[in-house]
Design a protein around this ligand. Sequence first.
Ligand SMILES: [Zn+2]
Length: 428
Amino acid sequence: MTGTNTTDFDVHPAIDRLWREIENREDELNQLIANLVWYQSVLGSEADVQHFVAGHLQLSGLETDVWDIEESLKELPESGDSGVPFEGRPNVAGIQRGAGGGRSLIVNGHVDVVSPEPLDNWTYDPWAAEVVENRMYGRGALDMKAGVAINLMLPRWLRDVGIQTRGDIVIQSVIEEECTGNGALDMSRRYQADAAIITEPTGGSFTQAHVGVMWFKIRVKGRSAHAAVAPTGVNAISKMVPIIRALEDLDRELNEGSHPSFEGIDHPINLNIGVMSSGDWPSTVPGMAELDCRVSFYPGKTVEEMRSEIEQAVRHASQTDNWLQENPPEVVYHGFQSGGSTVSMDEPHVQLLGSWHQYLNGSAMAPRSGTGTNDMRYFNFAGIPCGCYGPGGAGPHAADEYLDLSTVVPTAKVLAAFMLDWCGIVDE
Ligand SMILES: [Zn+2]
């Protein structure tokens, strides 16, 4: 397809052949998604699924690249530290060499999933990939084993129908999307391409912007004492109260700013106090309290700028209290430490993807802006324009997460046609 008229053109016979192959192999695709869901690939447990992925790529005839990320990556800007060593939890890539003379494409997905806890919130077994009324339930079914399965099947289908592309295709499977992005950061340094797509679950819309995300802890010291003589101690929980208030104020202030990609979204920026820990005994004055928080920020703001706003808010709150002035709270950073990113809807590959979406769905591919982060940022930082497009469902990171199976084949068909159109087809 060329040009912008999406209703009046001939579909290349190779694309038509590929579409029929995808339709005929729907059961196989769904089975592959289920296989991936069975792997309980939470942080630290990605090895088995990554070896399965590598084996699948190898069977499709791709050059496979399986490696452990070097610990020194954690020193790089925009990296994070999940607290888990990289050894034995590889990144995986499969390279399908083109015949030459075409544009190259990276197709990326992550295999890590968040914990399904608390399990008693689930109606279904989170690791069983149970299908009920065309929904596949399971942790990661939507986010994003379905996308990973599509990524794996794209080169398999190509091989089986005997289509060769001109440009190279690199299928990537990364770790740590859900906590740091380190897997994608390493990929963006290792492989170059003319464009990249991440098949995160977007329900057929296109993620063209997302916020930056940072995790941080705030530690406040108290002085422990027996509750019978509580005034001789300093209660760290009570001392945390002005800090909590200051963070709530900061959340409000951050939402007073604006960004063109996030207009019309209610409360796009969220400073969430996710964990509070302190104390271990009702009759003891707690000597330490800790908050563990997540804050988001608009693309364009740097990690350093966000850090200084947090530290300023904490400092400001401490000035109202003698104890806190003398024992300044400590701010510690861990996990996500990365800015947001945007990709233009006018990028050639986004336009082309949108044309195929429009052709197959009869409606325009809607842009969306993510109020959470995703791995696209590293490719955009590296000069490889990247956004997300994938299947639909509901409940990512929640109980009863499910994939809407009716969206899988249509998504795969859009991606397959786009891939051939972008990379170019070698005529038989
Ligand atoms: Zn995801």
